[in-house]
Design a protein around this ligand. Structure first.
Ligand SMILES: C[S@@+](CC[C@H](N)C(=O)[O-])C[C@H]1O[C@@H](n2cnc3c(N)ncnc32)[C@H](O)[C@@H]1O
Length: 341
């Protein structure tokens, strides 16, 4: 997750480059690219040569790219371990480019500029995102198909990343489950990956209708539209991946209560699986702690949610009527929490 942190810190640079995808595409061809190669591939006028070099040198200095001097004495740039995660050319590392592009989209950056006004307001019901765009995050995704698409692609990319990690860590939590409903499961990639990994597992995606209606549905996955605050389809297990951090404590308790109503008792295999951060778990370096805190800030700005430490999770589970929970493993900076009725 060091990558996320670096990207966050350098948000403005990425935005100004604006051609991130194209630079990555060129550099992922394997050969180091000189400034002159980049100018020609990116259709940037020669007069901007020095300026592009300023950007590329800085991005190399902070570890996003690598710079070398070729045998003929010309400076050339290549991918560094961080930027290798932004290309599909490295089959063993899922491409995070759609997730990064979503995080750096101006709709997510603009609300940061509202923070000083927001802090002076006593009203707690309006987020900086709403101040910038006049709508809550979820209403905005409903109203703006392009933004919705960017969001879905970012989330889908994260699902591929998490499901890839789950093949190695945290599999136990999903073993032996008959039916699972992935609440707020977006376009269904997580459910599809689980169904593939655990043959016999029947997966349902419960989604907010406007999020998925326009997206392609995946064969073999059942889709049920609705509002998770009202009622959920019954299943042995409810999965909440990156859901609860979007909501206040009161809202989380309501969502968890709906989950509890949808599952059988613990003895019959009922449980909720939460995939989210547990602040302090998996964050044993300065960079990883910083990343968890940045996500906490991002949730505050976008959706009035938050990242929680173990005590805060414990309080939510008790308030929603659950009896026990187990933090089994961590996926980078996120954990799998099995919560029992
Ligand atoms: C941060 S995304 C996580 C998506 C997916 N679980 C993942 O990890 O890729 C939160 C999801 O919650 C969904 N959502 C928001 N409000 C909802 C509601 N009231 N009922 C059902 N889903 C909702 C959103 O549409 C979105 O897909």
């Amino acid at each position: 997750m060091k990558i996320n942190c670096n990207f966050d810190r350098n948000k403005k640079l990425w935005i100004q480059v604006g051609t991130l995808d194209n630079i990555i595409k060129i550099l992922s061809q394997g050969m180091p690219a000189t400034i002159s190669d980049l100018l020609s591939f990116l259709s940037i006028p020669e007069t901007k040569s020095r300026h592009l070099r300023i950007m590329m040198r800085l991005l190399s200095c902070i570890g996003i790219f690598k710079s070398n001097v070729t045998p003929s004495g010309v400076e050339a740039f290549g991918l560094a371990p961080v930027s290798q995660h932004l290309t599909t050319s490295f089959p063993h590392s899922p491409c995070s480019s759609p997730f990064v592009l979503f995080l750096l989209d101006h709709h997510l950056v603009d609300p940061c500029h509202q923070l000083s006004y927001w802090f002076r307001r006593s009203d707690m019901s309006t987020t900086p995102f709403e101040m910038a765009h006049g709508k809550t995050f979820w209403d905005f995704t409903g109203a703006q198909p392009e933004f919705n698409d960017l969001f879905n692609k970012g989330m889908a990319c994260d699902s591929i990343f998490v499901m890839d990690v789950l093949k190695h860590v945290g599999r136990e939590a999903f073993k032996g489950i008959g039916t699972l409903v992935d609440v707020g499961g977006g376009t269904g990639l997580t459910a599809a990956a689980l169904a593939k990994e655990f043959p016999g597992l029947k997966c349902t995606v419960f989604y907010l209708p406007h999020v998925v209606n326009s997206a392609k549905k995946i064969d073999g996955i059942q889709y049920v539209g609705g509002d998770m605050f009202l009622e959920l389809p019954p299943a042995d297990v409810v999965l909440l991946k990156w859901i609860l951090h979007d909501w206040s404590d009161e809202d989380c308790v309501r969502i968890l209560q709906r989950c509890k109503e949808a599952i059988p008792p613990k003895e019959k295999g009922g449980k909720v699986i939460v995939i989210d951060m547990v602040v302090g778990v998996g964050s044993n370096t300065q960079t990883s702690m910083e990343t968890q805190l940045l996500f906490d800030l991002e949730m505050m700005i976008l959706v009035a949610g938050k990242e929680r430490d173990e005590n805060e999770w414990h309080e939510l589970f008790v308030a929603a009527g659950f009896s026990d929970y187990k933090i089994t493993s961590s996926i980078g900076l996120r954990s799998i929490i099995e919560v029992y009725p």
